[in-house]
Write a protein that binds this ligand. Structure first.
Ligand SMILES: *[C@@H]1O[C@H](CO)[C@@H](O)[C@H](O)[C@H]1NC(C)=O
Ligand SMILES: *[C@@H]1O[C@H](CO)[C@@H](O)[C@H](O)[C@H]1NC(C)=O
Length: 584
């Protein structure tokens, strides 16, 4: 943020009219004394506030601040910060803007001017581990993807079960090794003694790792099973092979080339206090993962500034678009799809939590090396979540849109709901920020009634994985005609009905691209629910202005049918079909 004086000087430079308005002000007319520089500065700030329309992004942050769960006891105690990056398609130039908000409104209780604060990015560190793996692999020939657990631990751990010994690095990096979310033998005593500074991975040793691997129950290999253990092992294997600490390896080979100079794992006392905003849990208790990590750092040990997370997203977008950027080929390799993914968000990520969901829900996407995909506006984007006590975060980018966002709260993931996959408020907020503001849409003139009537119907959500998981808590999407108006509504798997909103056939920049493909794009006049919150989810984030559309896809395998209706809400696409037997 600019200082008062700087704003004042800018106004003078930018606009003589503004300056004259200032001089004519009452306070100034009273005499030279009242017309102090300070008074002018104050007016300048007011003037600026009244002239500039607040950015859409600020309205999204404000909605976060007023989410139920992020107010109440948390008001004034914690906040959220986000960075939004955009890559200009022609020049490849990058713009990056940081936004902050305090829970319940007002300012965030951390350095919001320079944004040099570093935040635990938790599982977002897995992406740094993946990039490090590819660097070690491709650039330095130190490892190969086919190497196995036994290549690293064979000499160190006796009696490893064969299925464990044969797990490969590629399986570890794509959550397809069958290893569970957590090791069975973490040292939890320090956490019971000192919950504020609790780090559940503290003092975890190689001996502990050997022990848990000897007794582990593996899930099926090749299937997505989110694993902190796997990524922790990956980081440790790279340490063993390259002979340097994980933090130093990541700094040298990944963070320095990407100019993410704030990132670190180990902090001394004064750095904790000066650089790191303490996290809070729902009751306002402090939560700071300060106990030092053991050997499983690769799963989530980094603290990074918000602008530096923007640098990572900018580099990912440029790399996926084929632009020249440091580590471009490496970054692209971390986006090679490896298996179907599940879905991970605050309160419902790791496997035991996934089992407690009222409706087993997962977005059907792809998993690459740590990244998970989902589509928004029929374009594929990538995302990663991070959750630890005191902090929740999310990053997402869409190379076709040239847009990405990262956000973190220090409010312990406020706004999450146990037993639901909707994620914390900050995670939902980042999906909206990454998706971008609603476009100006132009209704198509004179759509004939029969054409509208042809869109009427009931569509059902396809399961994410056949027979297992739903892709959303929205079960059906209905389109009905009332007079000359087309209305859309949704229902949930538990039978809740959502509101009816107008669905207007539109032409827009986005629609133009899609019309050749799908025929029709409808813009919705209001919220019809959210993907994991259900049809009646209310609250500032569900209602903030955003892109809400329905696209129709023609299915080549069902030539006389309308195929799928794709509902785009809250930054994600949900696929519905008329005939569930058509589900892939
Ligand atoms: C690296 O980041 C710093 C801020 O941390 C910035 O001042 C500098 O311009 C960046 N350098 C490059 C090469 O982007
Ligand atoms: C903490 O580390 C910083 C950076 O290395 C150093 O400048 C500072 O003196 C250290 N403080 C203490 C108390 O050790």
């Amino acid at each position: 943020m600019v200082s008062c004086l700087a704003i004042f000087l800018c106004l003078i430079a930018d606009s003589r009219a503004s300056f004259e308005t200032l001089l004519q002000d009452d306070e100034c007319a009273e005499g030279a004394e009242a017309c102090s520089l300070e008074a002018l500065q104050r007016r300048a700030i007011q003037l600026e506030a009244s002239q500039e329309e607040p950015a859409w992004e600020e309205s999204v942050l404000a909605a976060w601040a007023h989410e139920p769960g992020c107010q109440g006891v948390l008001r004034g105690q914690c906040g959220a910060a986000a960075v939004v990056v955009e890559v200009e398609p022609e020049s490849g130039g990058l713009t990056s803007k940081v936004y902050t908000a305090g829970a319940g409104g007002g300012r965030a209780p951390f350095d919001e001017t320079k944004m040099t604060s570093i935040f635990p990015v938790a599982s977002n560190s897995k992406i740094l581990t993946s990039i490090l793996l590819v660097v070690a692999l491709a650039d330095h020939g130190k490892v190969s993807m086919g190497e196995t657990v036994s290549d690293f631990l064979g000499q160190k751990c006796s009696d490893l079960p064969e299925a464990v010994a044969k797990i490969t690095l590629v399986q570890l990096s794509s959550h397809t090794s069958g290893l569970p979310a957590q090791p069975t033998n973490r040292h939890m005593e320090p956490c019971q003694r000192d919950p504020v500074n609790c780090n559940p991975y503290t003092k975890y040793t190689e001996q502990d790792l050997c022990e848990t691997l000897r007794e582990v129950t593996l899930g099926p290999k090749g299937h997505y099973l989110y694993s902190n253990l796997a990524f922790g092992m990956l980081g440790y294997f790279l340490e063993l092979r390259m002979g340097l600490p994980y933090e130093q390896l990541a700094q040298t080979w990944v963070l320095h080339p990407l100019n993410m100079t704030s990132a670190r794992v180990t902090l001394n006392e004064s750095q904790w206090h000066e650089m790191t905003p303490p996290g809070k849990d729902a009751s306002g208790e402090g939560r700071w993962r300060r106990h030092p990590y053991g050997i499983l750092q690769g799963n989530g040990a980094f603290l990074v500034s918000v602008p530096d997370m923007g640098r990572l997203l900018g580099a990912m977008i440029k790399a996926e678009r084929g632009q020249e950027t440091p580590l471009a080929a490496t970054l692209r390799q971390t986006l090679q799809p490896l298996a179907w993914s599940g879905y991970c968000a605050c309160d419902a990520c790791e496997e035991e939590e996934l089992l407690k969901l009222s409706i087993p829900t997962a977005e059907r996407g792809l998993v690459a090396m740590g990244w998970e995909s989902s589509s928004s506006g029929l374009r594929r984007g990538w995302h990663k979540s991070g959750d630890i006590a005191g902090y929740s975060s999310w990053m997402a980018f869409n190379a076709a849109l040239g847009r990405g966002a990262f956000g973190v709260d220090t409010c312990g993931g406020c706004g999450a709901k146990l037993g639901s996959l909707r994620g914390s408020a900050v995670q939902r907020m980042v999906r909206l920020l990454a998706d971008g503001p609603p476009e100006k849409v132009v209704p198509l003139p004179q759509v004939a009634l029969p054409e509208l009537g042809a869109l009427v119907g009931d569509f059902k959500a396809c399961p994410a994985a056949p027979g297992k998981l739903q892709s959303t808590s929205l079960a059906t999407l209905s389109l009905t005609l009332r007079g000359t108006q087309l209305l859309a509504s949704t229902t949930s798997f538990t039978g809740e009905e959502g509101p009816m909103v107008t669905a207007t056939p539109v032409s827009s920049a986005e629609a133009d691209g899609l019309q050749a493909f799908s025929g029709v794009v409808l813009a919705l006049s209001g919220p019809v629910g959210t993907i994991h919150g259900g049809p009646n989810e209310h609250g500032p984030l569900a209602e903030v202005s955003q892109r809400r559309t329905i696209h129709f896809l023609e299915e080549p395998f069902a030539p006389n049918k309308r195929g799928a209706a794709v509902l785009h809400i809250a930054g994600v696409d949900i696929f519905f079909v008329e005939d569930a037997s058509q589900c892939p």
